[in-house]
Design a protein around this ligand. Sequence first.
Ligand code: NAD
Length: 246
Amino acid sequence: MRLSGKVTIITGAASGIGRATALRFGKEGARVVVCDLNRAGIDQVVSEIVGQGGEAVGHVVNVTDMAEINAMVAAVKAQWGRVDVLVNNAGIVADAQLTKMTEEQFDRVIDINLKGVFNCAKAVVDIMVAQGTGVILNASSVVGLYGNFGQSNYAAAKFGVIGFTKTWAKELGRKGIRSNAVCPGFVATPILKDMPEKVIQSMEERVPLKRLAQPEEIAAVYTFLASDDASYINGAVLSVDGGLVI
Ligand code: NAD
């Protein structure tokens, strides 16, 4: 098992990539903190992890709410005494072209996808510094490298997440904390539910592997980056996009 005993907080862990990551981390021996807005989804993931012989606890946490995040981190510290890994995975889309995007759409995506990442890192950083060890993994996107039609808000947030990652790699590396970002291409999860079928098909056509990613293929990369096998990887921005942009 690659993550034995590593206390790992995963945001947005009730669905999609976060769910697959929680299940995989559970199999790899991590103590998984399943955080999301969706209580029923949290409970299902926790019981699946426990059912496969792993350890997990669920917390309803909105990544825009600092009080909720701090309460969750305090509960984790009380239960397991440490925080080894934070996977900043929670994210949403609210797409519109610049001509039509509302301020509300812009603010909502920035609040969750960008400020939520800052909030959660802020809540665990002192614990990681005191331990002298820790890993922060941030969900960016291929859109955070190249932009995307109809996604000014999402692209700005995902570019920003790369900025956090490189900054924290510089600030926290000397304190034993590694920070890395993952840039998935298009992954078959509920976040794509409003994307027209013809756009998905054209995406698949553009990828040399001729298919979308499965969430487990992103979870595998988080597993590697959280593990000691990645002990010298810091400040990396890792594309997991099937060769979409080459
Ligand atoms: P998803 O919609 O399946 O899951 C996202 C989860 O985040 C949901 O369970 C949702 O309840 C939760 N969430 C939303 N707002 C939250 C909040 N304020 N606080 C806590 N939890 C919240 O999406 P996914 O495809 O698994 O995406 C996960 C991450 O990966 C996101 O950051 C997304 O931007 C990124 N990503 C996804 C793709 C893709 O194609 N699916 C590609 C690149 C990057």
